[in-house]
Ligand binder design. Structure first.
Ligand SMILES: [Zn+2]
Length: 406
């Protein structure tokens, strides 16, 4: 059958091509839009799949006379690159909210360690966090009673220095003091998105520790890269979600080989999830199985009855007493992520799910109109209020409350 169809197919293609060329001539003469689709110009090859065409990464690009020198800033068409423009504020007490070089180096280390392949034969992502301009200090962006104002204030700061030409290839963020008059650690404009904030000015110490700065930057950028608080959804605190996107791990980093990211000063534990973990059915938990043998080395945290109410376990591949009754059973029901309901907890291996072009907001197809439309979209429910200082302190203080020997 396929053989006898071929001549017909050929005729169809020829007819379509001739129709299109006539139509193109007509359209050109009459200045009309094409009535049949032209063969679209193939999008520029993007060998490394980072959303930036090879030709941009090799030669840079120009928009409205402004040249964006991507290769001069480190782009490589054969290795994934992420560009982030960072402006920053300095508090009146002279506390600089900008990251130290150590924080910037740690951000680079987290992404360089990514388990993603490149055409150059290596793994990892080259992130380019460019610390640019000090911007005027604002005690808070937005206000407590108008949750949309934060992005109006944000855009006003962004407009001071960020060239429009860069909007096709850069994410933009501000190391600011606070937003909505709260101690919420940061905010992303959407999932995915290109804009985000880190706001640790009301934390202790003001501006946050270097680890809080690292974890919050990676977390908020993670939203811009399409990642959520639950992996498969927005549900937070899943014990099987071993990611800095989970509030349990944003400030301390992950718990691995018996140590936490911050106390062991290991930036590589401020990681997105890099392995598959089994779903956990809160109505039917096998305490003997823990998170399974695949998570060897990782610990985790979970919610349970009693005080302090959140517990750490050093080896999540071993047994975990989810319902805290001191007996390991094969079928228990427990609300282990503390959200008030018992359901199926499904995490995500994050790194294969990175959205490199923010749903088309970056790259050659990016237009000011599309970006404006995305900017005007309502803030997702999951992104109204992020991890605040009091909650982070409780999480940090309970991390060692329980490390059963399994
Ligand atoms: Zn978040």
């Amino acid at each position: 059958m396929p053989v006898s169809l071929r001549p017909h197919l050929l005729l169809l293609i020829l007819a379509w091509l001739s129709l299109m060329s006539v139509n193109t001539v007509l359209a050109a003469e009459l200045d009309l839009p094409l009535l049949v689709p032209s063969i679209a110009t193939p999008p520029g090859r993007d060998s490394d799949g980072d959303g930036l065409p090879d030709v941009w990464e090799r030669n840079g690009y120009t928009v409205d006379g402004v040249f964006v020198d991507l290769p001069g800033m480190g782009a490589d068409p054969r290795h994934k690159d992420l560009f982030v423009w960072m402006d920053y504020m300095v508090r009146p007490d002279a506390t600089n909210l900008a990251p130290s070089q150590a924080v910037i180096d740690n951000i680079k280390a987290v992404f360089a360690n990514a388990p993603v392949a490149n055409p150059d034969g290596t793994t990892g992502i080259s992130i380019h966090p460019l610390l640019k301009f000090q911007v005027p200090f604002a005690e808070t962006l937005g206000s407590a009673d108008d949750e949309n104002k934060v992005w109006i204030d944000f855009d006003a700061v962004k407009a001071l220095h960020f060239p429009a030409a860069y909007a096709k290839s850069f994410r933009y963020m501000i190391w600011a003091n606070s937003y909505d008059e709260s101690s919420s650690s940061g905010l992303a404009r959407g999932i995915p998105a290109t804009d985000f904030l880190v706001t640790l000015g009301l934390w202790e110490p003001a501006g946050g520790t270097d680890w809080a700065r690292l974890g919050t930057f990676v977390h908020e950028l993670g939203h811009c890269l399409g990642l959520t608080h639950g992996g498969s959804d927005h549900d937070n605190y899943k014990p099987n979600y071993l990611s800095v996107m989970n509030y349990f791990f944003q400030i301390t980093g992950l718990y691995k080989n018996g140590v936490w990211g911050d106390t062991s000063q290991n930036p590589l534990l401020f990681d997105y999830q890099r392995l598959d973990t089994p779903p956990l059915d809160e109505n039917n938990l096998n305490e003997l199985a823990g998170l399974g043998s695949g998570v060897t080395g990782y610990g985790t945290k979970y919610y349970g009855p009693g005080s302090p109410g959140e517990y750490a376990v050093a080896d999540a591949s071993g047994s975990i007493d989810w319902n805290r009754d001191s007996v390991y059973e094969t079928d228990v029901a427990a609300d282990i992520n503390g959200d008030g309901v018992r359901n199926q907890l499904i995490a995500q291996n994050n790194w294969p799910h990175i959205d490199y072009n923010a749903g088309g907001l970056l790259g050659p197809a990016s237009t000011p109109a599309a970006r404006a439309q995305a900017d005007a979209a309502p803030r997702p429910d999951a992104l109204r209020h992020e991890l605040d200082f009091a909650t982070s302190r409780k999480i940090a203080n309970t991390r060692g409350a329980d490390t059963p020997a399994n």
